[in-house]
Write a protein that binds this ligand. Structure first.
Ligand code: B12
Length: 220
């Protein structure tokens, strides 16, 4: 019979993300699953809370890049185990929409995009992460393949952000622009730039990405 998993357990799980403690994270997840824990709850109340805290701390300057990279890594590993369990149980995660996300062609910066992907996932979106250095046509192909509701594009390089406009143009040519929302982000990206290239939204950071996604896709 399933034992009750309380908030104290989820707080400990969140803390493994904050502490970048992958071994303890995996140990706790296995312990929880053995006790009949709902994997959806573990993502929403545990791992998700952890990565959101790390993202906030980073924004405030009280956590630094190595911790942020480590936390995103622990989060990814934990979600992978829980997602596998969810699929095995034939459950589907409550999904508020499907987002295809990637770092645009010419840019290999991965961390901010991965944090945004993890936080969106923790907040109930299905996220398909295309990785880094993603060609315009791969975004377009992925939209069709995954029937995506939104395309998220990241870039930290001033020289690469124009690629975001190229992707939008390719979506238009493929007659997909009216079917998907486009959100852009990354340090050199601004609201003005987003407007200029015809994106639907600009997200300043991961928390802002969630807020803007809620506005774009609504409460489904
Ligand atoms: C780590 C890092 C690297 C690592 C990347 C490791 C990895 N796996 O990602 C390495 C060492 C590989 C690297 C390489 C390079 N880097 Co570098 N790098 C950085 C550094 C120090 C931190 C970036 C980072 O991860 N920040 C932390 C994350 C969390 O923040 P973020 O990415 O901004 O993401 C947040 C927001 O922007 C937003 N966001 C991000 N993406 C998205 C997407 C969406 C949809 C939304 C809504 C929001 C959103 O939310 C995120 C979470 O809050 C920055 C300096 C800096 N202070 O930013 C330079 C920096 C970005 N790099 C720079 C450069 C020039 C390079 C190189 C070209 C260097 C070189 N000459 O080889 C190469 C890139 C080669 C290439 N083709 O891409 C420059 C870019 C200058 C510019 N504006 O063009 C910077 C600014 C350093 C500098 N001051 O000169 N880099």
């Amino acid at each position: 019979m399933a034992e009750t998993i309380g908030s104290e357990y989820f707080d400990r799980l969140a803390k493994t993300v904050v502490d970048c403690d992958k071994n303890e994270c995996i140990r706790l997840i296995n312990e929880g699953l053995a006790k009949g824990m709902d994997p959806l709850e573990a993502i929403e109340k545990g791992l998700g809370k952890g990565i959101i805290k790390v993202g906030d701390d980073f924004g405030e300057g009280s956590c630094f890049l190595p911790e942020l990279i480590g936390a995103a890594d622990v989060m990814k590993e934990g979600v992978a185990i829980l997602d596998e369990k969810i699929r095995a149980e034939g459950k589907t995660r409550r999904s508020l929409g499907k987002v295809v996300i990637g770092t645009v062609k010419g840019d290999i910066h991965d961390i901010g995009k991965s944090v945004v992907a993890a936080v969106l996932q923790a907040n109930g979106y299905d996220v398909v992460d295309l990785g880094i250095d993603v060609e315009a046509d791969r975004f377009v192909k992925a939209v069709t393949e995954h029937n995506a509701d939104c395309v998220g594009m990241s870039s930290l390089l001033t020289l690469a952000i124009q690629q975001m406009g190229t992707v939008i143009e390719h979506l238009r040519q493929a007659k997909l622009r009216d079917k998907v929302k486009v959100m852009v982000g990354g340090a050199p990206v601004t609201q003005e730039f987003a407007d200029e290239i015809g994106a639907d939204a600009f997200g300043y950071d991961a928390a802002d990405a969630v807020r803007k996604m809620e506005t774009l896709l609504g409460d489904r």
